[in-house]
Design a protein around this ligand. Structure first.
Ligand SMILES: NC(=O)C1=CN([C@@H]2O[C@H](COP(=O)(O)OP(=O)(O)OC[C@H]3O[C@@H](n4cnc5c(N)ncnc54)[C@H](O)[C@@H]3O)[C@@H](O)[C@H]2O)C=CC1
Ligand SMILES: O=C(O)CCC(=O)C(=O)O
Length: 424
């Protein structure tokens, strides 16, 4: 288990499973929830581990280990993405499924939380190998998931194409077209308008609300973004369109900085060709860690967990942190950021736009009736602003940080459902 040394305080855990348990305990203790509710919510209900063989292009076989965790289904079927990453662990997938439960609760979706992960780096495989790896994982988990049971979606290093392959495999196995088994699909096979942009769009909605609260005009606000994939890249474009200055961006290879603002479209062209670290129209190249400590108005961690810890939180200068990524700040970092007056929009709120439009996609699949992009975006706007203001209200009422407030809202909704079902 990972941990870092912290002077004068206990060792800081970087295990996401321990972190989410701590977050649940903090919120539950303020609400004085009965212990049996917390005990149920502190661990996933079901976890599946699979090992499956994939034939490589050269005829060799590689065996991949993957997981699917279903945390809690009191509010409805479990829901959450599938990640392909070399550093995936079982504890990480469990934690991500738990964050999904609380995320769905914050935005009031009729879902519990699930998550999947495969230990693999898809960047090292050909398209055909990636297809077999994706289909193989769905084949291995097909009896565990389903449109009214557990509905996957994209996450790190998976995308609409991967969802399309997985939906096709599931449909073939069940002998019927089953678009509702997975969301984030290509539009031609039951994907929703707006799903590809939804995580970033939802995040930008919360940033606009936060800036309003801080009396900061959106125009010319400076922004640094760590991670330039689905969440980070689209957020950069949406914010640039609003007149924000995107001064720093990084991906897994490194980062770039320009105090006058980067040309986001140009950076996208460079990223499509290689990595943004090869982009030359910059003031300087920076590391992804340096990016976190820049003097900017808004910081968007949009890559992986545990990037802001007790080790660097004191040096973070942003006024607002919008957690597009899941779990970027540890509880120790939260304490420091709160003491310093940083407004942290927690992951379970800031990145809830993705699962919200996934829910819209699933609803459209079940009804076999499709909405316009405008309808999707209007409904997303409504859900995100309502959730933002509910979190703000409860946080102010109980004098807690926004993460604790967001967990409290969810805990109230989930515990009510658990009681209504007679579980507690
Ligand atoms: N895709 C979605 O709909 C949602 C994604 N999220 C979260 O957003 C985060 C990013 O996910 P996506 O954008 O979907 O993944 P993605 O696979 O589209 O992009 C990931 C990006 O992170 C970069 N990256 C990886 N390691 C990095 C590092 N050490 N430093 C800087 N950049 C690094 C990659 O180069 C890539 O640009 C994850 O935490 C994910 O769980 C949350 C909600 C929904
Ligand atoms: O769209 C979804 O169902 C879930 C996306 C996801 O994995 C997340 O919100 O972390």
């Amino acid at each position: 288990m990972q941990s870092v040394n912290v002077t004068n305080v206990e060792q800081e855990s970087l295990n996401p499973y321990e972190i989410v348990q701590k977050q649940i305990e903090t919120a539950a203790s303020i609400l004085k929830l009965p212990e049996n509710i917390t005990e149920i919510l502190k661990r996933p209900k079901r976890v599946l581990t699979v090992n499956y063989a994939v034939k490589m292009d050269d005829g060799s076989i590689e065996v991949f280990e993957g997981y699917r965790s279903q945390h809690n289904d009191a509010l409805g079927p479990t829901k959450g993405g599938i990640r392909f990453h070399p550093d995936v662990t079982l504890d990480e997938v469990k934690a991500l499924s738990m964050w999904m439960t609380f995320k769905c609760g914050v935005v009031g979706l009729p879902y519990g939380g699930g998550k999947g992960g495969v230990i693999a780096d898809p960047r090292h495989y050909s398209l055909a190998e990636k297809e077999r790896m994706s289909r193989g994982f769905m084949e291995a988990i097909a009896d565990f998931v389903g449109p009214d049971k557990d509905i996957p979606a994209p996450d790190v290093y998976t995308n609409a194409q991967v969802m399309g392959w997985m939906m096709d495999t599931y449909s073939k196995m069940k002998g019927k077209f089953s678009p509702g088994v997975i969301t984030g699909k290509p539009l031609s096979i039951g994907g929703s308008q707006g799903r590809n942009e939804a995580t970033a769009r939802g995040c930008v909605i919360t940033i606009k609300e936060a800036l309003k609260e801080l009396d900061l005009p959106v125009e010319n606000v400076t922004v640094a973004i760590q991670g330039f994939g689905n969440a980070g890249r689209i957020a950069s474009r949406l914010l640039a369109d609003l007149g924000c200055k995107i001064v720093a961006i990084s991906d897994s290879q490194g980062g770039i900085y320009h105090s006058e603002g980067l040309d986001v479209d140009d950076v996208c062209v460079c990223k499509d060709e290689s990595s943004i670290s090869n982009y030359t129209a910059v003031e300087r190249h920076i590391t992804s860690d340096e990016l976190l400590e820049l003097d900017v108005d808004v910081l968007i961690p949009a890559a992986l967990e545990n990037v802001i810890t007790s080790q660097n939180a004191e040096r973070v200068k942003a006024k607002v942190i919008a957690e597009a990524a899941n779990g970027p700040c540890t509880p120790e970092a939260d304490k420091i950021l709160n003491k310093n007056g940083t407004l942290v929009i927690p992951d379970i709120l800031a990145n809830a736009g993705g699962v919200t439009v996934s829910y819209f996609e699933w609803v459209q699949n079940l009804a076999n009736y499709y909405w316009t992009e405008e309808e999707v975006n209007d409904r997303l706007q409504q859900k995100m602003t309502t959730a933002y203001n509910e979190v703000k209200e409860i946080s102010e009422k109980y004098a807690v940080d926004r993460r604790t407030g967001a967990f409290m809202i969810s805990l109230l909704r989930i515990s009510e459902a658990m009681k209504a079902r007679g579980w507690v």
